[in-house]
Design a protein around this ligand. Structure first.
Ligand SMILES: Nc1nc2c(ncn2[C@@H]2O[C@H](COP(=O)(O)OP(=O)(O)O)[C@@H](O)[C@H]2O)c(=O)[nH]1
Ligand SMILES: [Mg+2]
Length: 431
């Protein structure tokens, strides 16, 4: 994955060095992203749809106050890559019944037998009693390979080098191990047969007879987007919910394999990152993409976005409940400001009023409110004297000015309340 990481870091630094992020610069960013994904063997169709979505979102979504265009683009890039590689949820293989039978399927050489040992090790470390069954009766040496791996992990093993019938062997294995009180039984199966049809036939029969609680497909990351075809073939034979992508270490095509799996219904639960039994990592798309982008400050940025979303929700609630906030006052005043000085407005209305002092007040108030946090604008009640001093310092006025603004806000609230009350009494609108 190192090469994908390198090229995605290039995409991020292109965003950072952009000046305007106009459509020409965004196109350059997108093109660089496309190159990076195609090099990682991500399917062309997926590359195109992800680039379209990023562009569309960037030009359509509102830029929230306090965030730069670059930050917005980085966030969209992050979210769309998370989506491409598996989305929000991190599924888990839960041992929900005893014995919990897990059947491993996948083509020969994908890393299945090694992965069975890795998963056994993982759950053993979590405190489960795990056992493994060698039901690959086709490949010579499969028995010995799993037997020695099980010994290394230190878990019970069932196999029979003389048995040719995978189904009866698996059934016996399940019986023997569950009699021993094993909670989780991992069944390794063949990945090759006389031909693909015979292999799928055996896998189907195993599924029907053994009735596993979960099926895990193991695919090889070095195959890139080609794993999509394997996934489809196995999906036709039986429903599998989980995928493990082995050999992610050193594979330049890992991104292609992950996105191919993500576009099917199955979820990647682990990735294999080496030949040793410890080389298994839980797969979490969010963490994975964060690592790929190589931005130490990404976490903080995402947190700011989610904080903003939280406050937006709070604001929507305030509006729904009819609560008037300082933010409303601020927006009213800013709207007024856009129309020009008050004296000008008065002039347009044919009035001869001298309001220049009011103009100064409006500017001062907007300035003060610019020094407040969103939290304070939405809940002015929380502004105590120490917050008042901080706001005054931030806007270069005296705390008395801040106090005056808060008083004006309270008066406005009172008037609004009275207005709505008199309206409820049936007075004509406007009273
Ligand atoms: N580098 C690397 N090699 C792996 C990984 N998983 C499996 N292998 C190697 O891939 C080869 C095939 O693995 P095996 O478990 O026998 O595959 P099977 O035929 O699907 O059972 C072996 O040489 C393994 O050591 C992995 O995550 N990283
Ligand atoms: Mg094997």
């Amino acid at each position: 994955m190192e090469s994908l990481k390198e090229s995605l870091m290039g995409v991020v630094s292109r965003i950072r060095s952009s000046v305007l992020l106009d459509s020409r610069e965004v196109d350059l960013v997108i093109r660089e992203l496309q190159r990076a994904l195609l090099k990682a063997d991500v399917d062309v169709g997926l590359v195109l749809s992800v680039s379209e979505r990023i562009k569309k979102r960037f030009f359509e979504e509102e830029q929230p106050p306090g965030f730069s265009k670059k930050e917005v683009l980085v966030k969209i890039l992050y979210e769309e890559l998370v989506n491409l590689l598996g989305g929000e949820e991190t599924p888990e293989l839960k041992v929900s019944s005893t014995p919990f039978k897990v059947m491993f399927v996948g083509l020969e050489g994908s890393g299945k037998t090694t992965t069975v040992a890795k998963v056994a090790n993982y759950y053993k470390r979590k405190g489960y009693r795990v056992g493994v069954v060698a039901a690959d009766t086709y490949r010579p040496g499969a028995y010995e390979q799993l037997r020695s791996l099980a010994e290394k992990v230190g878990v019970p093993f069932y196999g029979d080098p003389q048995e040719r019938d995978a189904v009866s062997l698996a059934l016996r294995g399940v019986k023997v191990l569950s009699d021993k009180g094993i909670q989780m039984i991992l069944i390794d199966t063949a990945g090759r047969h006389k031909d693909e049809e015979a292999l799928m036939e055996e896998v189907k029969t195993l599924y029907r007879e053994v009735k596993p609680d979960a099926v895990v497909l193991v695919v090889d990351a070095t195959q890139g987007s080609a794993v999509a075809r394997q996934a489809r073939a196995f999906q036709e034979a039986m429903p599998f919910g989980y995928v493990i992508v082995a050999k992610m270490d050193g594979s330049a095509k890992g991104g292609g394999a992950l996105s191919a799996v993500a576009s099917s219904k199955a979820r990647v639960i682990f990735i294999g990152t080496g030949e040793k039994i410890e080389d298994l990592e839980e797969f979490n798309p969010k963490k994975f993409v964060a690592r790929l982008l190589g931005m130490p400050d990404l976490e903080a940025l995402l947190q700011r976005f989610s904080e903003f979303a939280r406050l937006e929700k709070e604001r929507a609630r305030a509006i729904a409940s009819g609560k008037i906030t300082l933010l409303d006052l601020k927006e009213q005043l800013e709207g007024l400001r856009k129309m020009g000085p008050l004296s000008k407005i008065a002039e347009m209305m044919g009035l001869q009023v001298k309001v220049s002092e009011e103009d100064l007040n409006i500017d001062k108030w907007i300035n003060i409110m610019n020094s407040m946090t969103m939290e304070e604008l939405l809940n002015p009640e929380i502004i105590d004297s120490s917050r008042m001093r901080r706001i005054a310092r931030g806007s270069g006025v005296s705390p008395r000015d801040v106090k005056q603004l808060l008083e004006a806000y309270r008066n406005m609230k009172k008037v609004m309340r009275q207005l709505s009350r008199s309206r409820m009494r049936g007075l004509p609108r406007g009273f």
